[in-house]
Design a protein around this ligand. Structure first.
Ligand code: FES
Length: 204
């Protein structure tokens, strides 16, 4: 077979270049999508906004929701699956039971920049650990007195019982609480913005 004939047998569609082993669809490595650290980034985000911002303007609060795995977290899921619209300015931290939420968790959230904290669990009598939510009430009362001592408004903290079936209730609570915290303005415990460093170039 001549060289010309051999070339004519080649299917132009099947021409191969150097093999790179790279399938653009299966690109691996660090993804360009942001990885959200539910805890740290939620609490520490938007540090540059301060208390000086105009209340009720375009400011959106940072809200942390501690949700029990068995009811409230599933309630949030139900809201999502049912496509119920609600305000998005919150991050959820899932715990196995609302009784797990100690004052230290809530204080840490405020310390890291939360403007409001919602604690939610199963309705009384429905706790998967029997008395967990009764313990949550005790812890909540302690937390309330500590935040008062710190000079935070009581309206920045809320306790709610939301079951897995109550998607609409979840959305309603989130909307109400977000508006309430927005009206209070940024938390006075928000970390102050990091000081800017100015680099002065020296000549000669
Ligand atoms: S398991 Fe939901 S509050 Fe205890």
């Amino acid at each position: 077979m001549t060289a010309a004939r051999r070339n004519s047998n080649q299917n132009p569609k099947r021409q191969r270049g150097p093999r790179t082993n790279q399938n653009p669809k299966r690109k691996r490595g660090p993804s360009s999508a942001p990885v959200v650290d539910t805890h740290a980034s939620a609490l520490g985000s938007d540090r540059s906004t301060g208390r000086a911002e105009a209340r009720g303007s375009s400011w959106d609060p940072n809200i942390i929701v501690f949700a029990c795995n068995w009811c409230s977290y599933a309630g949030a899921d139900t809201a999502g699956v049912s496509r119920i619209q609600h305000q998005p300015h919150f991050r959820m931290i899932r715990v196995m039971c609302s009784g797990r939420i100690q004052p230290g968790f809530v204080l840490r959230a405020f310390e890291k920049g939360a403007d409001g904290v919602l604690v939610s669990g199963c309705h009384l009598g429905d706790c998967h650990y029997v008395f967990g939510n009764e313990r949550a009430i005790e812890q909540f009362e302690k937390t309330k007195s500590v935040i008062k001592l710190l000079g935070l408004e009581e309206g920045r903290l809320r306790l709610e019982w939301i079951s897995a079936a109550e998607g609409a209730r979840f959305a309603e609570v989130i909307n109400e609480f977000t508006d309430q915290v927005r009206a209070l303005g940024p938390s006075p415990l928000r970390p102050s913005p990091e000081p800017r460093t100015t680099i002065v170039a020296s000549s000669g």
